[in-house]
Design a protein around this ligand. Structure first.
Ligand code: M6R
Length: 615
């Protein structure tokens, strides 16, 4: 939700900031803007719509050259996506510029106070109040960092702010509460951004900012304090991927690249997790084996695709550990007063590590005394920082809004956690764990094989471009895969898509079936719990008898489905619990191709943003 960049150095600030915004556009693309300190003043440009509109504006009306600047790409919350609401926002004198990610909850009160004191506010945003408040505080101290600290103490809500002042020409100041903000430290230049991708082309040395901290950037270094002015401890780290990982690498879309990267992402996430004795390694563990043995309930909280990974994890956790496991949408969790205590283990799954709903759920869980384990793809992000333990997925940067490789690696991480719990609690023997690990290590090759056979799936997707509805059915772990297939189609193809538990169909949804309605059915392995398989084959017959066009995803060699499949998508044989790792892949390809056929923007679907940092 909104991407922010700040730069101080010797290069053209506009060039650095614009390149950074291109890398952050996945975070929001309703409008974009920049501000550069030049010729003793502030020069700004902003435009509604995608970054390309701002680029056009800058082409027609170039800004004067400067070496200090800030930029913003917006996902609108307060005020529509107009030029006036685009960031940066300025004070009345045009001396201070500010960009913001998050929501300032008490902005209405602050706005009324400012208006009373004679300020004229020009936008409908919550952000603009900050520019005016900074101007007031700066007039007293002539110190932007101090002004920022004083202003932040008056703000409520979640906010990342970055500001410049024309009277402090070589300074950028940032503040962080809840929303992400990282510092990049280069040679004679420093950077601030919502995500390291914005400055990875310049430096891989980063500093993680903590909660309620203010950072002052100068060419030769940074100073970090708390909102109260006390010196703050920060963690410096080296980013272990380079700029090429955040490029399209010859693919038309990031999503296609990320789908293709899945075999490697799965293998990387497994790498080095298990020692020869079969013990699992978590990255940062602050939960001991004795505590895990006491756990009497697992609760998984997550959103969207990560929630679907959690739904699948439930089957593995309960089957392998016999601990009851609940899975809950993070956005609902804390509002229903969940029953938690010190014996509950809460698992928070998040690609970005910044999803506000998930963050709030984990904070609620910790307040109740529960331990929280994060499964996360973004090193140093807020969710792992605030958890008791973390298992990082090694998917590399995921840029496309639709999650693909993060989903598969979240599943791998969930299986590892389930095995680990089984190990410490003695519900799984060492040889059983090794068998599952062996099966998991074969998944990367299986996903490769799926990807090699996707042309008929793409052809099918193109042939369905004019359809309005697609349904998805699954049973057992195939049910969350059906939900995930439907989510991908909704967000990318803007089609009515719904996932159902196949057995539930006859309790209502079967009324939706009509002649030629495409229904995708995920069929479990016939070698596993064959009753599951046989039941779903009956479900396929039931919908086909009512006119559905059946698109069947089934294991290689499963001949029982052949007579009932209008279209058959083959996947390699996989143990029942692990099947989602392969069955989800054709659904990603299907949604991506359908979106392309319908002329939609694959990487930046309408109304969405990659990282949802507001509740
Ligand atoms: O970063 P997170 O994993 O916490 O994000 C959760 C969801 O917002 C995310 O999975 C979303 O549903 C994806 N766009 C789905 O493709």
């Amino acid at each position: 939700m909104c991407g922010i960049v700040g730069y101080v150095g010797a290069q053209s600030a506009l060039d650095v900031v614009m390149a950074g915004l291109r890398r952050l556009e996945y975070r929001g693309y309703d409008s974009a803007g920049v501000a550069v300190l030049a010729d003793g003043g502030l020069a700004t440009a902003k435009r509604a719509g995608k970054l390309v509109n701002l680029e056009k504006e800058l082409g027609e009306h170039p800004l004067p050259a400067g070496t200090t600047g800030i930029g913003h790409t917006r996902w609108a919350t307060h005020g529509g996506p107009t030029d006036a609401n685009a960031h940066p926002h300025l004070d009345n004198a045009g001396r201070v510029a500010v960009v913001h990610n998050g929501i300032i909850e008490n902005f209405a009160v602050l706005r009324a106070e400012l208006t009373e004191r004679g300020h004229a506010l020009a936008s409908e945003t919550d952000t603009e109040v900050v520019a005016h408040l900074l101007a007031e505080e700066f007039s007293a101290s002539a110190d932007l960092a101090e002004a920022m600290r004083l202003v932040c103490r008056r703000l409520e809500g979640a906010f990342t702010l970055v500001a410049v002042h024309a009277d402090e020409p070589d300074v950028v100041v940032g503040a962080r509460r809840n929303s992400p903000l990282v510092v990049g430290v280069g040679e004679g230049e420093t950077f601030l951004a919502s995500d390291v991708a914005a400055f990875i082309a310049h430096t891989r040395e980063a500093i993680e900012l903590g909660q309620d901290q203010v950072v002052e950037l100068r060419r030769d270094g940074v100073t970090v304090t708390g909102f109260d002015g006390s010196p703050a401890e920060v963690r410096a780290y080296h980013v272990d991927w380079d700029a090429s990982a955040a490029e399209k690498g010859g693919y038309d879309y990031f999503m296609l690249k990320e789908i293709a990267e899945q075999p490697k992402a799965v293998a990387d996430t497994l790498l080095g997790r298990i020692d020869p004795s079969g013990s699992l390694t978590l990255d940062e563990v602050r939960i001991g084996a004795a505590e895990l043995r006491e756990v009497d309930k697992v609760v998984i909280v997550a959103c969207g695709t990560a929630f679907h990974a959690g739904l699948i994890a439930k089957y593995a956790i309960e089957h392998w550990t016999r601990i009851p496991c609940e899975v809950e949408l993070a956005s609902e969790f804390r509002y229903r007063d969940p029953i938690l205590d010190g014996r509950s283990l809460v698992i928070a799954i998040s690609q970005s590590g910044e999803t506000m709903d998930t963050l709030m759920a984990l904070r609620h869980a910790r307040e109740q005394g529960s331990k929280v384990l994060a499964i996360c793809n973004t090193n140093g992000s807020t969710i792992p920082r605030e958890s008791d333990a973390v298992l990082y997925t090694h998917a590399g940067p995921e840029v496309a809004v639709a999650s693909t490789k993060a989903f598969l690696t979240q599943l791998v991480a969930c299986y590892l956690v389930a095995l680990y719990l089984g190990q410490v609690r003695g519900t799984k023997w060492g040889d059983e764990i090794r068998d599952v690990i062996r099966d998991l290590s074969r998944i990367s090759g299986a996903v490769d094989r799926v990807l090699e056979t996707m042309e008929p799936v793409r052809e099918l997707a193109r042939s369905l471009a004019e359809k309005n509805t697609v349904l998805f059915l699954g049973r057992h772990v195939g049910y969350p895969v059906a939900l995930e297939g439907a989510l991908k189609l909704k967000e990318l193809a803007y089609m009515h898509a719904e996932g159902f538990a196949a057995g539930e169909l006859k309790h209502g949804p079967i009324a939706l079936i009509e002649q030629d309605l495409p229904v995708v059915v995920i069929v479990p392995s016939p070698r596993g719990r064959s009753v599951l398989h046989d039941k779903i084959v009956s479900n396929i017959q039931e919908i086909r008898a009512r006119g559905a066009r059946t698109i069947v995803i089934a294991e290689e060699g499963d001949e029982t489905v052949v007579p009932y499949a209008d279209h058959l998508i083959r996947i390699p044989a996989t143990p029942t619990l692990l099947q989602p790792l392969v069955s989800a892949v054709p659904l990603q390809v299907f949604a991506c191709e359908l979106a392309t056929a319908r002329g939609n923007e694959v990487d930046q679907p309408r109304n969405l943003a990659k990282s949802v940092t507001v509740e």
